[in-house]
Design a protein around this ligand. Structure first.
Ligand SMILES: Nc1ncnc2c1ncn2[C@@H]1O[C@H](COP(=O)(O)OP(=O)(O)OP(=O)(O)O)[C@@H](O)[C@H]1O
Ligand SMILES: [Mg+2]
Length: 242
């Protein structure tokens, strides 16, 4: 996989007669980092759910490396696309099992490698039971930042060419967000990344920003271009740059 993503006039509805994506189109080159911004309910998370084939679109096409995803098995897609959902679920299992969910065939070495890239290895190694430590009710309680890192390690364990991050800084304090942004530079190395966010620090990481309003791309460009254009993006987020 090279990691090229194309949405061509994609229409999608969860419920009949209530379209959520209404002719959504955009293109992402392999290795590009693209931020997706837009108001709540505009369809940002839905874009990820379609890419992973949790749902199939009704009209238009989604292509990865030029192949329509309806021709690709969901399991195969999910193996090549790392996904950090808006609210990552952490199971009451060991840390190793929680990370290996991203690839049940992963060896301990691969789990450790993913944890190192996600910068949570040192914390895990400091626990008396290390990767066998149970998380949740019967084990250690993780902070918001640690849960986020665990979810990132899970998304990385299959060494995906494409990484989808859905609002990764939403539950983080300013200091933890700063560290995440710093580490993401390395995490995103050599991968195509789509990042739903409205945090200025994360937008600054993106090569390009696409603005989704009511299921359509209404604007796209670099941060500088969008701020200078004084259009929809500027209207929605100008407060953040005051
Ligand atoms: N499983 C579902 N069944 C029915 N409607 C859904 C479902 N998931 C999302 N929707 C609706 O689809 C629309 C788009 O949802 P989506 O989660 O993609 O928005 P979003 O842009 O990610 O919003 P947010 O910024 O709040 O995360 C919303 O109106 C939402 O209520
Ligand atoms: Mg969402």
């Amino acid at each position: 996989m090279r990691g090229e993503i194309t949405f061509e006039d994609v229409w999608f509805e969860y419920r009949p007669g209530k379209p959520v994506l209404k002719g959504l189109s955009f293109h992402v080159e392999p290795g590009e980092r693209v931020a997706i911004v837009g108001p709540p309910g505009s369809g940002k998370s839905t874009i990820f759910k379609l890419l992973l084939r949790f749902y199939d679109y009704q009209k238009g096409r989604i292509l990865i490396d030029g192949i329509e995803i309806k021709k690709i098995k969901p399991e195969s897609l999910r193996k090549h696309i790392g996904y950090v959902p808006q609210e990552p679920f952490i199971f009451n299992r060991s840390i190793k099992e929680n990370i290996a969910l991203g690839n049940p065939d992963a060896s301990l070495e691969e789990v450790v490698e993913a944890a190192k890239i996600a910068k949570i290895h040192d914390f895990i190694a400091s626990l008396p039971k290390g990767y066998d430590t149970l998380v949740g009710e019967r084990g250690v309680t993780l902070s918001g930042g640690q849960r986020q890192r665990l979810a990132i390690a899970r998304a990385l364990v299959a060494k995906p060419k494409i990484l989808l991050l859905d609002d990764p800084a939403s539950n983080l304090d300013a200091e933890t967000e700063k560290r995440l942004v710093e580490d993401l530079k390395e995490i995103l190395e050599g991968r195509t990344a789509l990042i739903v966010t409205q945090r200025p620090s994360l937008l600054a990481l993106a090569d390009r920003i696409i603005v989704v309003v009511d299921g359509r791309v209404v604007e796209e460009g670099t941060l500088e271009e969008l701020l200078a254009r004084k259009g929809e993006f500027y209207r929605l987020y100008k407060e953040a740059w005051r």
